[in-house]
Design a protein around this ligand. Structure first.
Ligand code: AP5
Ligand code: ZN
Length: 214
């Protein structure tokens, strides 16, 4: 299956991805995770992306399309993939269609994590991240066994620099202006499934599984 996860910051894309990946053996490509890794390694790409990310704005289409084009060449991504955080503009969506067309492939399903903006601040400001695995926790909704420590590796957790109430505002603005039209783009193709993303994580997982088995 070739899947796309779309939703505002904090809607649960990164939380559901590993579960879908396990169930369907797909490769998981999260542009946000890849960009954060580039920023912390101070690669040329990371240096270019950092300013926009810190402000909660989108990185340029060319940069992220380049990352995805490269990543999708991996053999593990040939049979199927989960794209988390891409495409985020209509230009990116059109480019993805072009790339897939060359392989005789297309997007099968778009999971739209529908949720009210008002819920997102609490989710974002309470999030803790294990950077190398991408595992996320939440002080209230999904606390680690020991505060500030990853359950699996025992390594320290961090908070994302863009996870403040102020930067969230810009990220939401970018979502409504630039990413919502992408949902329209795929709706016209009849492949969007709407999820009630304000429900507890396990209930969202059940919804995802229903959509993917139908
Ligand atoms: P990115 O990393 O993609 O961030 P985002 O889209 O803002 O999404 P988040 O990662 O914040 O949210 P999520 O939906 O994954 O939530 P999560 O599951 O962790 O992008 C970051 C930046 O990179 C962008 O701002 C941009 O600058 C750049 N970028 C990336 N891709 C780009 C592109 N294609 N084009 C241009 N620029 C790009 O959940 C959040 C919290 O809530 C967690 O603590 C979790 O435990 C908790 N939680 C999750 N689900 C539930 C639930 N059901 N109930 C209660 N709590 C829950
Ligand atoms: Zn995420």
């Amino acid at each position: 299956k070739r899947l796309i996860l779309i939703g505002p910051p904090g809607s649960g894309k990164g939380t559901q991805s590993p579960i879908i990946k396990e169930d369907y053996c797909l490769c998981h490509l999260a542009t946000g995770d890849m960009l954060r890794a580039a920023v912390s390694a101070k690669t040329p790409l990371g240096i270019k992306a950092k300013e926009a990310m810190d402000k909660g704005e989108l990185v340029s289409d060319d940069l992220v399309i380049g990352i995805i084009d490269e990543a999708m060449k991996k053999p593990s991504c040939q049979k199927g993939f989960i794209l988390d955080g891409f495409p985020r503009t209509v230009v990116q969506a059109e480019k993805l269609d072009e790339m897939l067309k060359k392989q005789g492939a297309k997007v099968d399903k778009v999971l739209n994590f529908a949720i009210d903006d008002a819920i997102l601040e609490e989710r974002i400001t309470g999030r803790w991240l294990h950077p190398s695995s991408g595992r996320t926790y939440h002080t209230k909704f999904a606390p680690p066994k020991t505060p500030g420590v990853d359950d699996v590796t025992g390594e320290p957790l961090i908070q994302r620099k863009d996870d403040t109430a102020a930067v969230l505002k810009s990220r939401l603005e970018a979502f409504h202006k630039q990413t919502e039209p992408v949902i329209g783009y795929y709706s016209q193709k009849g492949i969007v499934a709407n999820l009630q993303a304000e429900k507890p994580p396990k209930e969202v997982t059940v919804e995802v599984q229903k959509v993917l088995s139908s």
